[in-house]
Ligand binder design. Structure first.
Ligand SMILES: Cc1ncc(COP(=O)(O)O)c(C=O)c1O
Length: 389
């Protein structure tokens, strides 16, 4: 029997300590920070309830069963053979991004990344006096639909002799690309040639909206795996970021050791709810995910069509992965920035594109992880606000 899930129900999230819903005033509709307005799948809720029923919340150990599930998952989904001991459990991935610059580059050495990119990438080298080296992705346009491509020339031009790390976002937040095998091979060749370690943030790997595959870059070859640390989590996929469970996969013991040296005693171990939620997510929630993806895809298409119908001078991505769209408002010359203008005049909170690097100025990031009616209302508000300029 296939279960059906209703993603149209609007849930009240104010009053639950939600940063998305409570940072701005009650009159603001929030489509910014990347969590979804959907309840988590029922098997996760049941597993958490059972754990709460037990009533004792002492320190959590490791979870060998979860390690085994992850080993099998990597083999099944990506034909990627890892060992249980290659996995390091983490309470979140932002701390892992920050730790990576400390672990793999010395003070003053460079950390390269493609922009626009998720802001904690940009912050990572800066938190520890490493050099932030950015290479913009190339933007192409077909009508009002924009798409981003790798720009290896820009990467060659940006890299310095003391650059040590390339931080890859795959699938890429905010531009929604799931990098193809050919593109990943180009990135890997570039990193091998320049002796760069690769930190690959694959947190959005399950959120594939089109017939695209996710390919962890470390799965390309043992040579690439030997210089890559991959970051993943069930948190975006199953909407459980605050349960606090992510993980790093590093097949090279030296890379694992360097990472642990900076995280031990600094980054806490995950708690019991993280382990319980993750195990339920990865073992019992595939049918929920199979229903979620078409809903997100339809939201994406709704946004593209709405843009084409009502905003002739605005462009938008058609993300092949993630639940994040990226809109280019530059040609409207909205006073201040599109983010500020839309917050003030439309009462809709998007993410400010400028936070994703210079390449994001004049853009906003739109979170599609909400009921269609919420997305529709936000767009109606935007339409009304921009019609007055
Ligand atoms: C690419 C990427 N990495 C990491 C995170 C955050 O991960 P965590 O909540 O585990 O810190 C996000 C959240 O939006 C993200 O988009």
């Amino acid at each position: 029997m296939t279960a059906t899930y209703n993603f149209d129900t609007v849930l009240e999230r104010r009053g639950t300590g939600s940063i998305k819903w409570e940072l701005y005033g009650p009159d603001v509709l929030p489509l910014w920070v990347a969590d979804m307005d959907f309840p988590s799948p029922e098997p996760i809720l049941n597993a958490l309830k059972d754990r709460v029923e037990h009533g004792v919340f002492g320190y959590a150990f490791d979870d060998p069963a979860l390690r085994q599930v992850l080993v099998e998952r990597m083999a099944r989904l990506y034909n990627w053979s890892i060992e249980p001991g290659d996995i390091l459990f983490l309470p979140n991935l932002v701390s892992a991004l920050a730790a990576s610059s400390r672990a793999y580059a010395a003070e003053g050495e460079g950390v390269l990344m493609n922009t626009p990119v998720y802001p904690p990438f940009l912050a990572s080298p800066k938190t520890c006096d490493r050099a932030q080296i950015v290479a913009p992705l190339a933007m192409t346009q077909d009508g009002q639909v924009i798409r981003y491509e790798l720009d290896l020339d820009a990467m060659e031009a940006a890299i310095t002799p003391s650059t040590r790390v390339f931080m890859l976002c795959n699938p890429h937040n905010p531009v929604g690309r799931a990098w193809s095998r050919a593109e990943l091979e180009q990135i890997a060749a570039f990193c091998l040639r320049h002796k760069l370690l690769i930190v690959s943030d694959d947190i959005h790997c399950d959120l594939l909206l089109d017939e695209v595959k996710h390919i962890p870059i470390a799965s390309l070859s043992p040579e690439v795996a030997a210089q890559t640390i991959t970051l993943m989590a069930p948190s975006k996929t199953f909407n459980i970021p605050s349960l606090g469970l992510g993980f790093a996969i590093a097949q090279d013991a030296g890379l694992r050791g360097r990472f642990q040296k900076v995280t031990d005693y600094v980054v806490p171990h995950p708690g019991p709810m993280g382990f319980v939620g993750a195990l339920a997510a990865y073992t019992q929630c595939q049918s929920w995910l199979d229903s979620l993806l078409p809903y997100l895809r339809a939201n994406r298409d709704f946004l593209v069509e709405y843009t084409q119908q009502h905003f002739p001078n605005v462009s938008v991505t058609r993300p092949e992965a993630t639940y994040l769209s990226w809109m280019d408002f530059r040609s409207l010359n909205l006073p201040g920035s599109p983010y500020k203008f839309l917050l003030e005049h439309a009462k809709v909170a998007f993410n400010d594109g400028a936070a994703f690097g210079e390449a994001g100025t004049g853009f906003v990031r739109v979170n599609l992880g909400c009921p269609r009616s919420t997305l529709h209302e936000a767009l109606e508000r935007v339409r009304e606000a921009v019609s007055s300029v």
